[in-house]
Ligand binder design. Sequence first.
Ligand code: SF4
Length: 225
Amino acid sequence: MKQSHSNELQRAIKIIRMLRGATKGMPETANSLIIDRYGKDPYLILISCILSLRTKDTTSYPASTRLFAKARSPKGMLKLSPKTIESLIYPTGFYRTKALNILKISQDLLDRFDGMVPKSEKDLLSLHGVGIKTANLVRGEAFDIPAICVDTHVHKISNRLGLVKTDTPEQTEKALKELLPKQYWTEFGRLLVMWGQNICVPISPFCSKCAIADLCPRVGVKRSR
Ligand code: SF4
């Protein structure tokens, strides 16, 4: 059992090393673009993550920049009406709900956290509309606290790679945390999101041009290119 954990760990580390090189030059994720543009601002990382839920990066990133051109703080955000926020973030998925959530979060941050984004998982999860994926992204990217942000890409690819055998993103997060040392958590999530957006796409992945194909058992892949 111990031996197989160590073999899997070695394979996972090899995958991470190869992905570091193979993702160079790929389009950056919306989250990385936000950090490049505004720095590691926890509030902007949080709000842009809310906008990215159920929405492609190519839609959520421009929506974030339109919104942040009008408001970049909880106080500033509360000066905008729900309708104005809706029109700025359209066409992100569930834009009406997101507009209300953004206002509720902003009010909550002012009421309970002096206008600052909290660092703890418990406090982040207490904010309206913030789930574990968003909490992990904020902890990892804004505060450099080791956290694995498991979105659909990370969940799917971890299973295809055979690193985990799980049914839900929550189970995947738990299994990856058991497998990987903390130093890899945030980076692993980031690399797999890029890989999932460009090579290991949800339907019919590009296995023929995959840099980690030799390390991948392609679990559950029925159709590939
Ligand atoms: S070989 Fe195919 S299934 Fe495996 S990581 Fe690469 S693209 Fe994904």
